[in-house]
Ligand binder design. Structure first.
Ligand code: G3I
Length: 452
């Protein structure tokens, strides 16, 4: 499965490095040395490239051929969930999950365990429990399953999706949450006791950029680290589409969690779309992981588009026939340090000169893809301090704003304006502040600025 680890390939790489050193050259991976599979290339960076696997598909030779060739980590897509592993209370069923683990072991692939405690996919008997009975059942489940796989799991998603969507930054209501706020740390302690060698992760979606939900998770991880609750990693599911694109601050968000002293992992990556736009997003996700030292690896949520939980969005790296898509090539190129050129220029980082007058200017860095965009707007004060500001712009017909941050928006199509919020109205002379918004259709290229 992972050809880079073969002695022969290591000798070839070592010889190439020695030749380069002898010639006084900086050792960089040349095209000739580039690994030819996702897992092999990720391994050269000390990382894994994995996929979700369904046990019942292992008999499909196209599916298992790609699996064995490309991936050096697997996550059972459904087979380790509570409903699958404990369909009747106290009676455990590991057949399908064991099949996936055995194949991974035979191929030298890691296993991500998914998921010990989750409000969803609970067996009926657990859905009907509450209070102490549910708490005890949950602890027993975590203990039994983690013990069964002791020593065979690289990372466990101990708790999955426990935070609420929206702006609260708080916990999701669920039968588990109603057993008491400490249910998450209790699950982590039980998992640690059962399998001390496995990395223990908290895993969630819509936490891929900085927002209220990821801030809530961040605060929990910070608190766990401060109090010695055993947590080793945070999983970022990374299910992206036009309404929820790969955020501009993806890498920065991974990094801020890593800075808390945990590993980070991209755990369920899929990106709806096609062609160059999809390819560019995959390359960006790969580069973000490579740029964060504590990012252990990337797992895509399925192999072929037809294997996906949202197959109509064609979100994966292989088409329904098992052919490599442009997204595959872009992901591999990014792993190999190559340059799949982005179809849209990266956001401008040059700072415009401050305006000479007493007003302000607004400049836009646009991340545009087919059907949607994210605009980051920099407001720069002129010769006088701003007490407030309003940026105005006009969206093309059929385009609209879906959400914004660090500004109060007025209007969502046609002429739209954005005014400062309480904390960013005051901008010193020559200084700048930024706000952003996301939309469907085509993003604007220019904006006006009015000082208030
Ligand atoms: O196994 C039965 C089969 O016997 C039956 O004929 C068929 C009819 O619908 O259903 C099959 O089970 C389905 C199972 O997938 C296997 O295909 C379940 O109904 C269906 O609910 C289940 O969906 C899974 C979903 O989680 C459940 O929440 C998806 O495969 C799986 O990709 C998805 O994965 C989740 C992660 O665990 C957590 N993060 C989000 C991610 C995507 O939703």
């Amino acid at each position: 499965m992972d050809t880079t680890r073969s002695p022969r390939r290591r000798r070839v790489l070592a010889a190439a490095a020695a030749l380069a050193a002898a010639a006084g050259a900086v050792t960089v991976a040349s095209a000739a040395e580039a690994a030819t599979t996702l897992g092999a290339s990720a391994a050269e960076h000390g990382r894994y490239f994995g996929t979700a696997v369904a046990a019942y598909k292992l008999s499909d030779s196209t599916y298992s051929g790609i699996l064995d060739r490309e991936f050096n980590s697997v996550t059972p897509e459904n087979e380790m969930k509570w409903d699958a592993t404990e369909p009747t209370q106290g009676s455990f069923s590991y057949g399908s999950a064991d099949q996936i683990v055995a194949r991974a072991k035979a191929n030298g692939a890691k296993v991500r365990g998914h998921a010990l405690a989750w409000h969803s996919q609970q067996p009926g008997w657990a859905q009907n429990l509450s209070g102490t009975a549910l708490r005890n059942a949950m602890v027993n489940h975590v203990t039994q399953v983690a013990t069964h796989y002791k020593g065979q799991i690289d990372s466990w998603d101990v708790v999955n999706e426990a935070f609420a969507d929206g702006g609260s930054g708080g916990r999701r209501d669920s039968n588990l949450q109603r057993t008491g706020n400490d249910w998450i740390e209790v699950a982590f302690r039980a998992a640690r006791a059962a399998d001390p060698a496995a990395k223990l992760c908290y895993n969630d979606y819509n936490t891929d950029g900085q927002n209220a939900k990821s801030n809530g998770v961040y605060a929990m991880v910070q608190d766990f680290k401060a109090r010695g609750v055993p947590i080793d990693c945070v999983g970022f599911q990374s299910h992206f589409n036009a309404n929820s694109p790969l955020p501009a601050d993806y890498q920065a968000n991974l990094q801020r969690f890593a800075d808390l002293g945990v590993d980070v992992q991209i755990t369920e990556l899929d990106i709806e779309g096609s062609g160059t736009a999809q390819a560019n997003s995959y390359a960006s996700a790969v580069r973000a992981c490579l740029a964060v030292t504590r990012c252990n690896g990337i797992t895509v949520w399925g192999i072929r588009d037809s294997d996906s939980w949202r197959a109509s969005g064609t979100p994966l790296l292989f088409d329904g026939s098992g052919n490599k898509k442009p997204a595959y090539t872009a992901a591999l190129d990014a792993l190999n340090g190559g340059s799949t050129p982005p179809s849209t220029p990266p956001p401008s980082t040059s700072t415009p000169p401050p305006p000479t007058g007493s007003g302000c200017t607004a400049t836009i860095a646009l991340n545009q893809w087919t059907g949607g965009f994210v605009a980051t707007v920099k407001v720069t004060a002129g010769a006088s301090r701003l007490a407030g500001w309003t940026a105005g712009l006009t969206l093309s017909s059929g385009s609209s704003v879906t959400n914004s941050w660090n500004a109060q928006s007025s209007g969502s199509s046609g002429a739209v304006s954005f005014s400062n919020v309480a904390y960013n109205g005051s901008v010193n002379a020559g200084a700048s502040t930024e706000f952003g918004f996301q939309g469907t259709g085509t993003g604007p290229s220019s904006a006006t600025c009015t000082a208030r």
